[in-house]
Ligand binder design. Structure first.
Ligand SMILES: [Ca+2]
Ligand SMILES: [Ca+2]
Length: 235
């Protein structure tokens, strides 16, 4: 069917307005992410172990079964980022053999800054170990415990946009120590909901479909994906 001049102008106008909105809304952050891949790391996978007590080198006497490490310093590792991943969440699993294992700081070494830090390149996420009042079950073995044996905690999502590699550091600050079992890395790739014609990118032709309406996608989400060329394609 031939488009009348009026509807042609209306459609062109709508696309123009969308283009301007996309430019303006490109400051909006979209959180439409899909989990891609998880990677498990034990202390053996870290290339740098500094002031870390391990089952093989058990100078602290607490790393007394296979797979356990007690971290007083830091661990570091170069990680390869899966293609298209823009986010990384790091979860720490504490050993689960028994009472006294956890993320803690000895009472006489504790400061208001006692914390565990997870650092990805320059970005730091940290969890502080609070000073607790006497009689609290989280005070034992001469330490303040933030997490206890068997518990797991997760970082915020680190930004990996445009990177192929990153340096991951797990670091103890001001007397903190960790009974470390494993780190679980979860990589996230933004979902490509805006690749309507399924050709692996979000470009002008997808914009045309979006402009025509009825896609159910929010402008902010479309904008976040606009320009991507790494969308998954059905084989
Ligand atoms: Ca497309
Ligand atoms: Ca295309």
């Amino acid at each position: 069917m031939k488009m009348s001049k009026g509807s042609y102008l209306r459609r062109t106008g709508r696309i123009l307005i969308l283009g301007i909105s996309i430019f303006m809304a490109s400051y909006l952050v979209s959180d439409a992410r899909a989990e891609t891949e998880t990677v498990l790391l034990t202390y053996k996978n870290f290339s740098v172990l500094s002031n870390a007590c391990t089952y093989e080198d058990n100078w602290c006497t607490y790393a007394n079964y296979r797979g356990k490490a007690v971290i007083y310093g830091y661990m570091e590792k170069e990680i390869e980022i899966p293609e298209g991943a823009t986010g990384l969440e790091v979860a720490i699993q504490i050993c689960s053999e028994g009472w006294g294992e956890g993320l803690a700081a000895d009472i006489d070494e504790w400061t208001p800054n006692s914390a565990l830090q997870i650092i990805v390149n320059e970005e730091i996420w940290e969890v502080k170990i609070p000073k607790l009042s006497p009689g609290n079950p989280h005070i034992h073995h001469y330490g303040y415990y933030k997490y206890e044996w068997g518990e797991r905690f997760s970082s915020d999502i680190f930004d990996l946009s445009g990177k192929d590699y990153a340096t991951l550091t797990i670091k103890m600050v001001d007397g903190a120590r960790l009974d470390f079992w494993e780190a679980i890395l979860t990589f996230y790739v933004p979902e490509c909901k805006g690749d309507f014609d399924q050709d692996g990118d979000v470009d002008g032709s997808d914009l045309g479909v979006f402009a025509a309406g009825g896609t159910g996608l929010r402008l902010g989400d479309f904008v976040a994906e606009f320009g991507r060329k790494d969308c998954p394609v059905c084989e």
